[in-house]
Write a protein that binds this ligand. Structure first.
Ligand code: AHR
Length: 511
């Protein structure tokens, strides 16, 4: 009996012992690199209901719109401060012929979207509509060129159509179509996943194709299509052949894609009905991005020690099974607190790699994969992921602050990962923001933070959490997940102590 009472008290002590492991030292005097605001970017493809129904409803729709673009979506994206948006794909980009999407809508040819469900694409959303959308939400456009089934001439003409202010056939065509001034698009992707849907190429062939397209496309910032996330050889071959060969000046960016899937590609797991082992696996697989980015950036550092070439994580996020009853090719999934916590983990990782990672584009903006917005007819839902992007806004273009973190482990069976993920920044007004995700869905974590190099007077906080792991926001119901005020933080003798609830994302604001 005595023994079991002793055991019982020891058991009660465990959380306190674990909590003692959490400590954070923020070095405000050592900040150097800027967290490029484009890390908070998005990706919108002609896939399922992302463009059609999600962003574009057409000018004659009953749904309130501005020149065919949904007003509720425009408002929500503006409020979230979307800095950059990638379009038109994805796999779709390599079947897209831009001239089909300009001029009077009724004259635009229709074709079949062979990548995503064989639906008819009527081209009503094309270059002008996309660039109008970007201007309305204040985002920079990032256009992905068709390398797979397009020609160098077609790509060159697209850049000319969009960017030329001269007397030229394409600039004149744009003027005829109602746009006098060029848009000056900076970011141009040369192919997409050229290892797969973009052409099943070898890295060597991809390099040569890239050089050919990039030589004749006058865009300012050209992005080479990267390999699969675990293909380090692709990065090695690309960096070596471009940066030490002819045409080193052609590449400004290198694209990196990674999707978190719960099990494997044949069974990705439900977005909503999951257990704790699936929660753990989602967190663990997302944590791997930190290690994987280091592997890729180490290779890039060898050939580009001055870090001139940016790494763009231009597709990432959670990829779960399509919701029951939905078209399997439309990749529509719900979004829960688990997505919010992984979004925070991804963004913290990108922030901490900001010396090399200068853009990231979550897949995809509306109604597809880890969407920030869901729409159904005239209704809109802001997902838990939306609120993380909104909460993390102060990190955009702020100085990344290095830190030392000691974190408790989050264990599941014989496996363990760090329970806490952190990033910190100082904005132009001197305010410090620390974003912390507690990945552990059961245990609260108490953390003590020392802010080195700053005399702090005030702290406040915000939190995203919920009772259930799979809490979500749905049509016609009140929100289960959004941003609330965080009260559990104290400031004493210049030291902060915060109690982070299980499965939460917290933003501390320090002045
Ligand atoms: O985002 C969905 C698809 O995932 C994209 O079209 C493709 O690039 C990737 O494989």
């Amino acid at each position: 009996m005595k023994k079991s009472i002793g055991f019982f008290f020891c058991f009660l002590l465990i959380p306190f012992l674990l909590n003692a492991q959490n400590s954070l030292l923020i070095k405000t005097d050592e900040g150097r690199d800027i967290i490029n605001k484009n890390i908070y970017g998005h990706f919108a493809e002609h896939l399922g209901r992302c463009i059609y129904g999600g962003i574009w409803v057409g000018k004659d729709s009953q749904i309130p719109n501005t020149r065919g673009l949904r007003n509720d979506v425009l408002e929500a994206l503006k409020e979230m401060s979307v800095p950059v948006i990638r379009w038109p794909g994805g796999c779709f980009a390599d079947t897209y012929h831009w001239k089909d999407g300009i001029g009077p809508a009724e004259k635009r040819p229709k074709f079949v979207n062979t990548n995503w469900g064989g639906v008819v694409e009527d081209n009503s959303f094309g270059t002008h509509e996309f660039l109008d959308f970007c201007e309305l939400i204040g985002a920079e456009p990032y256009i992905n060129i068709n390398v797979g089934s397009g020609t160098v001439q077609e790509a060159r003409e697209w850049v000319e159509y969009i960017n030329s202010d001269n007397e030229s056939p394409m600039a004149n065509l744009r003027r005829q179509n109602g746009r006098e001034k060029p848009w000056n698009v900076k970011y141009w992707g040369i192919g997409n996943e050229t290892w797969g849907c973009g052409g099943h190429m070898s890295p060597e062939f991809n390099v040569d194709i890239f050089k050919k397209f990039a030589t004749f496309c006058p865009g300012k910032f050209k992005i080479l299509s990267g390999g699969t996330s675990d293909d380090l050889n692709w990065t090695e071959v690309s960096m070596k052949n471009i940066l030490t060969g002819r045409g080193a000046h052609l590449m400004q960016g290198y694209s990196y894609h990674y999707y978190t899937i719960c099990h494997d590609w044949s069974k990705k797991g439900s977005a909503v009905n999951f257990d704790e082992s699936e929660w753990f696996s989602t967190m663990k697989k997302t944590w791997w991005v930190d290690e994987n980015l280091k592997q890729h950036t180490d290779i890039m550092d060898k050939y580009d020690p001055e870090k001139k070439v940016a790494l763009l994580a231009d597709e990432y996020g959670n990829w779960f099974d399509v919701e029951p009853g939905e078209n399997p090719s439309f990749l529509y999934q719900q979004n829960t607190l688990r997505d919010a916590v992984t979004a925070a983990l991804y963004l913290n990782i990108f922030n901490n790699h900001c010396d090399r990672v200068r853009m990231a584009n979550i897949a995809q903006t509306v109604n597809v994969l880890q969407a920030v917005l869901l729409t159904k007819d005239n209704e809109i839902v802001k997902t838990p992921t939306y609120y993380v992007f909104k909460m993390f806004k102060p990190h955009q273009d702020a100085v990344m602050l290095p830190f030392d973190l000691t974190s408790a482990d989050y264990t599941s069976g014989t496996e363990k990962i760090k329970a806490l993920s952190v990033s910190a920044s100082k904005d132009k007004t001197g305010k410090i923001h620390i974003s912390i995700a507690n990945l552990d869905p059961v245990n609260q974590q108490e953390i003590s933070c020392t802010i080195q190099g700053a005399d702090i007077k005030k702290v406040s906080g915000e939190i995203i959490t919920a009772e259930k792991m799979n809490a979500l926001n749905d049509f016609g119901k009140g929100e289960e997940v959004n941003i609330k005020t965080f009260e559990d933080v104290t400031l004493k003798n210049g030291k902060l102590t915060a109690k982070l609830p299980a499965k939460s994302v917290v933003m501390l604001m320090i002045e």
